[in-house]
Design a protein around this ligand. Structure first.
Ligand code: DX5
Ligand code: ZN
Length: 226
């Protein structure tokens, strides 16, 4: 079995699940321990929720030096990509379900700004939906829950896509990093680490919700995964 330390797994804490009353303490603590932050941006249409925003990313940057990875769950990808390019958000992941007709333009726009371009797939969306531009992606995110909320049912079937993406990358020499998002916690750890994504998004059940103090939660998480 693998441990967090041995594998040097890249963790991306999902900041929509942090305790807002400990905003600064949590970011200060995590900054030296994780690789990037995961910022969920929703519009109330693509999913029935509204969470973080480009403004939130700018506030987080006053405390953190880590790359910000935005996870868009919005219908109007063109509008939100522009907002994120404007603030130079280091990595921008778009929902592939809404980018038909604008995907190449948006990927180019993100790259022209010197930023990383990614696509996210809903649980029902197959890897084949990425094929036209898969060679141009810096990141592919596999949702392992229905998008929109933390604390939902883990969809084990989606892990097959991680395996498929690793195989395709190997075969064709693609460069994307594979991220997984949704219900990353002890109960699913074995299955997830067998699928072997490059970046684990970790939220309430896996980290922030373990205790009411980030140092204790971190300690518990690291112990659990050993
Ligand atoms: C939900 C978000 C996730 C969420 C994960 O749509 O994309 O990033 O924060 O939270 P957990 O890991 O608690 O399911
Ligand atoms: Zn997310």
């Amino acid at each position: 079995t693998s441990t967090l330390k041995e594998r040097e797994i890249a963790l991306a804490p999902s900041l929509m699940t942090m305790d807002l009353d400990q905003f600064k303490e949590q970011l200060t603590f995590l900054d030296t321990r994780v690789n990037q932050y995961h910022i969920d941006i929703m519009d109330g249409h693509f999913v029935p929720n509204i969470t973080l925003s480009p403004w939130f990313i700018e506030e987080a940057r006053k405390i953190s030096n880590l790359p910000m990875s935005a996870h868009l769950m919005v219908t109007d990808a063109t509008f939100w990509v522009q907002q994120l390019v404007d603030i130079k958000c280091e990595e921008i992941s778009m929902p592939v379900e809404v980018t038909n007709g604008v995907a190449f333009r948006l990927i180019d726009q993100i790259h022209d700004a010197g930023l990383k371009a990614g696509m996210v797939m809903n649980p029902e969306t197959p890897v084949s939906s990425l094929m036209p531009f898969i060679d141009q992606l810096d990141s592919v995110m596999v949702m392992t829950i229905d998008p929109g909320f933390a604390g939902q049912r883990f969809l084990q079937v989606c892990l097959d896509k991680i395996v498929e993406l690793r195989r395709l990358r190997e075969e064709h020499g693609y460069r994307y990093r594979i991220q997984m998002d949704g219900s990353t916690n002890l109960a699913h750890w074995k299955m997830i680490s067998d699928a072997d994504p490059d970046v684990y998004v970790i939220g309430r059940s896996g980290l922030f919700g373990l205790t009411d103090n980030i140092a204790d939660s971190w300690k518990q998480m690291v112990q659990e995964y050993e």
